[in-house]
Design a protein around this ligand. Structure first.
Ligand code: 2NL
Length: 361
């Protein structure tokens, strides 16, 4: 017959043994020598060693079977009490370890550290220049208008004094959607729409994407344009010059000079092209003793086309050409942006390389 006292002693001896094993795991965890995951695993190993199916408790309890039946109830109660103690010890240790891991994370968190700045986007340089130009004209009392990029040929050509056989309507130059629908080749179509929608005085500025059947080093099939239109009684070419002078000075600086050269557009008469004194060399034609690459030593760069609205356009929108006069102008945004920021290659605007774009914060 096995000795009941010895079995009970063996069982009860497990409690301090587990306490010691747990203490060891906790000491290791506090020494930071082990990771949170490693100490969790070490504790689990201890649990299996004591409480597992073939663990120390199971082994000690197997002694119960060999006892005198009279001793079994007392030994059984002792065994149950030990099992409860061991389980509680283990649960407490596991909770303590988890708490300690949380505390450690807390102490590593430094609320005084500067935050991480989220990466900021920026406006495309074309958008910036477009906004800036619109802002200047809004300051002069013009209203910004927008509208469709897919346009009936009547608004894009016919109303602008470009009848069906006009050379600008050639398939070589224009992107046709159907026989009578085009991708707008300029934003003049918006100004035609504006004139149809209201009576003079009209002062509108029309920014947007335009499309031409053209693609090489200096031309892209899509580019950006701004057109302006002012129609009222007694509008003269002097008003046109004054308005464009004010615009150019605001955009390129107060020292900028302008010059008007005679030109031709089907929708204006007379027509002119406007040059500004070169933004690179200040009109001298030289940069550090070398030929200015922007104006090719001429001291001037072309910036826009303009003119007095042709009476033929008024007839198409139902304005009386005897009563009203007005001026219009158009300019390419890419060209202005290249001049303003000293960009030499048109393709930069369309590649959308972040290293380029992020230079315009
Ligand atoms: C250029 C020249 C120009 C216009 C656009 C216009 C619009 C209407 C009536 C008359 Cl509704 N004219 N627009 C006039 C002259 C020149 O653009 O070189 N653009 C890039």
């Amino acid at each position: 017959m096995a000795d009941a006292k010895a079995v009970i002693e063996r069982l009860e001896g497990l409690v301090p043994e587990l306490e010691q094993a747990i203490e060891q795991v906790i000491e290791q965890a506090q020494g930071q020598a082990t990771s949170q995951q490693a100490s969790g695993q070490a504790l689990e190993d201890v649990r299996v060693r004591f409480l597992g199916r073939k663990g120390l408790l199971a082994e000690a309890m197997s002694g119960l079977g060999g006892l005198d039946p009279a001793d079994r109830p007392a030994a059984g109660r002792a065994a149950n009490a030990v099992k409860t103690s061991l389980t509680e010890l283990f649960d407490k240790a596991a909770a303590g370890l988890k708490q300690a891991a949380g505390d450690a994370a807390q102490s590593r968190f430094d609320p005084t550290m500067p935050g991480m700045a989220p990466p900021l986007g920026s406006l495309h340089p074309i958008t910036r220049v477009m906004d800036e130009i619109c802002g200047v004209f809004q300051g002069l009392g013009f209203e910004v208008v927008t509208g469709p990029e897919v346009e009936a040929d009547w608004y894009n050509f016919e109303a602008l004094n470009m009848p069906p056989e006009h050379p600008a309507r050639d398939m070589q130059d224009t992107l046709y959607v159907t026989d009578t629908v085009v991708l707008r080749t300029h934003t003049s179509s918006l100004q035609i729409r504006s004139m149809l929608a209201r009576k003079p005085p009209v002062a509108v500025i029309a920014p947007g994407k335009v499309y031409r059947r053209d693609s090489d080093l200096t031309h892209t099939p899509m580019f950006h344009q701004i057109e302006g239109l002012l129609v009222d009684r007694d509008v003269s070419m002097a008003d046109l010059r004054g308005t464009l002078d004010a615009f150019v000075r605001q955009l390129f600086g107060a020292d900028t000079k302008t010059r008007f050269r005679p030109s031709f557009f089907p929708f204006t008469e007379p027509s002119a092209e406007v040059d500004i004194s070169c933004v690179m060399c200040g009109g001298t034609g030289q940069v550090n003793g070398e030929t200015c690459r922007v104006c090719k030593q001429t001291g001037w760069v072309e910036i826009l086309g303009c003119g007095m609205v042709d009476p033929e356009v008024y007839r198409h929108v139902g304005y009386d050409p005897e009563k009203y006069t007005g001026f219009a102008f158009g300019l390419g945004i890419e060209r202005v942006a290249m001049l303003k920021y000293g960009i030499g290659d048109l393709r930069m605007f369309f590649e959308n390389d972040v290293r380029f774009l992020s230079q315009f914060p």
